[in-house]
Design a binder for this molecule. Structure first.
Ligand code: HEM
Length: 397
């Protein structure tokens, strides 16, 4: 297969040479999408097929028969994180997912969002509000979602400054086995004593809900709870970090967006959703094809690797009108940013809520907030994508 682009979409790891910053990524995806539904592209030196269009990706996410998610994660993350619902399919997936994610459902997250998120956001802003300028990546999005995550899980905050490294290091497995295993061991050691406390005395947090949940006489053993904590750390905390960064980049870089939200804060949830479409923190998602399959009208042999083109589908003009425009007044439409079907992201309510509360708090606390260097703030990367820096200033009263 001859790749349709010179770009290697898997060489994603060098902040000193950012890959496809800002619209460069979306222009390249648009070119490929218009040429082919299933396009051979380079990914870390190998050729993989990229699903480029919304309808094909929608069908692929739903296709548990031909493209189950489990085999990919069994190969990539299970040796580091342990067996979780991410790496299994079918009824076992359903049971483990139900037992481990109850505290992430819509209603508990609405409660958490109202009672706890604003004070976490405000406490982080307190650290720099008097300064008149900040880098909102280093000082806000590298801190806030990790505190949120710890609070929802029920973990103590004494080592909170290490959470970001743990989350990204776990995710670096199998590219960097040693870092992945070290971080997984650190999360386990940090969580184990709290788990024992929650077994004895459950509270209103995710860890407690994992210890008390029962389904058809089944409940989670300690090792199963710890594996799910490791999995949530890597899947949830890293995406949240970039999700907050991209929300802030979108609103700060698009002319007039911040002012409109200041006037109409009820549009903040729509602005978060529009960011999730326009600049998704997970732009491309690798998927192993476990048996011969038919994908986007082509036969794909067992053992191939696909790339689910989330960022490409999100700007497919067949699905969204004027897709390159960041426009939170557009009618709300379905998104593939959180996947679809049985492995749909269980953290979507938390992700949306924490971004909305972050925007609300920053707008309320920092009058005249403005981006100082939009070029330097452009999100970069392909699989994980977010801004390297968000240098901002505001008016001090
Ligand atoms: C903006 C932020 C987020 C994005 C863009 C995102 C994206 C996704 C996507 C695309 C999937 C589907 C993966 C697949 O089909 O292979 C997924 C699954 C998952 N996400 Fe998220 N996610 C986000 C936030 C979170 C949060 C906050 C949590 C946890 C607190 C979380 C936990 C998970 C888990 C555990 C899975 C696996 C689900 C399964 O296998 O059934 N994510 N996410």
């Amino acid at each position: 297969m001859e790749p349709v682009s010179e770009i290697d979409f898997g060489l994603n790891l060098r902040p000193d040479a950012p890959l496809l910053p800002g619209e460069a990524f979306h222009r390249e995806l648009a070119r490929i999408r218009e040429a082919q539904r299933l396009a051979p592209v380079l990914f870390a030196g190998a050729v993989m097929r990229l699903i480029t269009r919304f309808d094909d990706l929608d069908a692929a996410f739903k296709d548990d028969e031909q493209l189950p998610a489990g085999p990919t994660y069994k190969m990539t993350i299970e040796p580091c994180q342990g067996v979780t619902f991410e790496s299994v399919d079918g009824p076992e997936h359903h049971t483990l997912r139900d037992l481990s994610t109850r505290a992430l459902r819509k209603r508990p997250i609405a409660r958490f969002s109202e009672r706890q998120l604003p004070s976490i956001a405000n406490a982080v802003i307190d650290r720099f509000a008097a300064d008149g300028e900040a880098d909102l990546v280093a000082q806000f999005s590298a801190v806030y979602p990790f505190l949120v995550f710890a609070q929802r899980l029920g973990l103590p905050l004494d080592e909170a400054e290490r959470f970001k490294d743990w989350a990204f290091d776990i995710l670096s497995y199998p590219l960097d086995n040693a870092a992945g295993l070290r971080a997984a061991a650190a999360v386990t050691a940090y969580t184990e004593p709290v788990l024992a406390e929650r077994r004895a005395c459950p509270l209103d947090d995710l860890l407690s809900s994992m210890t008390t949940a029962q389904k058809a006489g089944r409940s989670l053993r300690d090792e199963e709870v710890l594996a799910h904590v490791r999995a949530l750390f890597s899947a949830g905390a890293t995406t949240s970090f970039h999700g907050i960064g991209n929300t802030l980049y979108a609103v700060l870089s698009q002319e007039g967006a911040l002012e409109r939200l200041r006037e109409r804060p009820e549009r903040i949830p729509a602005a978060v959703d529009e960011m999730l479409r326009w600049e998704p923190p997970l732009g491309l998602l690798p998927r192993l094809v476990p048996r011969d399959a038919e994908v986007a009208g082509e036969r794909v042999p067992a053992g191939s690797l696909l790339l689910f083109g989330i960022a490409s589908a999100n700007r497919d003009p067949r699905a969204y009108s004027n897709p390159d425009r960041f426009d939170f007044e557009r009618p709300r439409q379905r998104l593939l940013t959180f996947g679809f079907g049985s492995h749909y992201c269980p953290g979507s309510h938390l992700a949306r809520a924490q971004s909305a509360v972050a925007l609300q708090a920053l707008i309320a606390r920092l009058p005249g907030l403005r981006l100082l260097d939009p070029e330097a703030a452009r999100p970069w990367g392909t699989v994980m994508r977010g801004p390297p820096r968000l240098p901002v200033a505001w008016d001090r009263s």
